[in-house]
Design a protein around this ligand. Sequence first.
Ligand code: FAD
Length: 376
Amino acid sequence: MARYDYLIVGAGISGAVFAHEAHRIGKRCLVIDRRDHIAGNIYTEDIEGIHVHKYGAHIFHTSLKNVWKYVSQFAEFNNYVNSPIANYHGEIYNMPFNMNTFSKMWGVFTPEEARAKIDEQIAQENIEAPSNLEEQALSLVGRDIFEKLVKGYTEKQWGRDCKDLPASIIKRLPCRFTYDNNYFNDRYQGIPMGGYTKMVERMLEGIEVRTGVEYRDLIAEQPDIADRTIYCGPIDAFYDFKLGTLEYRSLRFESEILDEENHQGVAVVNYTDRETPYTRIIEHKHFEFCRDDNGNPQPKTVITREYPADWKPGDEPYYPINDARNEKLYNEYRELAEREGSVVFAGRLGGYRYYDMDKAIAAAFELVKDELGVEL
Ligand code: FAD
């Protein structure tokens, strides 16, 4: 008899939801992660009393009531509302594009004036069938917003000129005709107090977890360790890349501890000019209103500069590139996966999908239903 009913590869949110539910109904579970910590990409590390988002800023937002109820079992969420700002050569604008943005840009006051200004700018461009991203954006929001808030940021993100990017990348550029700086439209939003790592720790309570363990090494030593495996790692890596490598966009983070209490006054500043090499600076303490777990102000601050980066095998995979080549390759791996008897692929890497956290949790609920017959 295998020692475990389930081997769960990956201690991120996807693996943690599955492990929690399997453990809850009495399954013997082992969770492993090749990293030296749990929580996957939502890992927060405590530095100077601040929960630092090590793999990029993570804001929990959802309209899925069952997901919100579920995560609230493991953490109390604060009332953080994401309201990033954009810095264009020192000019500050509110995001997402809303009446505060339009008012600053053109001195307009009413929604009607703002709408008229945007329409006038769109008409000036006279673009009927956009043939690239630049034309697409100009035909959606006009010249001023494009030049100051879209162009440089997008070019840095993709490493290419907007004229050389397909129009299809931007389907909509939502403009909000209210003075509302809340970035998300979702019903629920917040940051788990105490950090994401603590939240995942609670999910994994009572379950055997081994970090710093690579699936391949474990399985080479103990091939029959578990009856079934939930594999939340990259699907192509599982098959030793035998059909080819799935591609990603990557990011590089540069963090710094600063001897000051408040560096930029907000959690997220987007640098929308082309010349600044990074796209964003995150000041982590603002996610929790500049207070530590005991409610005390932290004398220092931690900031992280985020640089978009090309990806090569071995780099941290962040954003899947869901173009025709990669979709075809993924489907070929999927076909192999469907023939597996005891291994099920899950999570953002197993499914080669960008999932927000709530969607990753919802996908894990589906897996729990299929695998364990439990409806969440
Ligand atoms: P992961 O967290 O990646 O977990 C997979 C784990 O498997 C990893 O820890 C990895 O080490 C481990 N693993 C892989 N292969 C092996 C192996 N062979 N052996 C052992 N272990 C292995 N979502 C939001 O809702 N809000 C946000 O603001 C937000 N911001 C984001 C910012 C960035 C920069 C990125 C890239 C994503 C963001 N997301 C956000 C999405 C969020 O990160 C994901 O939804 C979430 O991390 C998915 O969790 P997961 O468990 O599927 O994958």
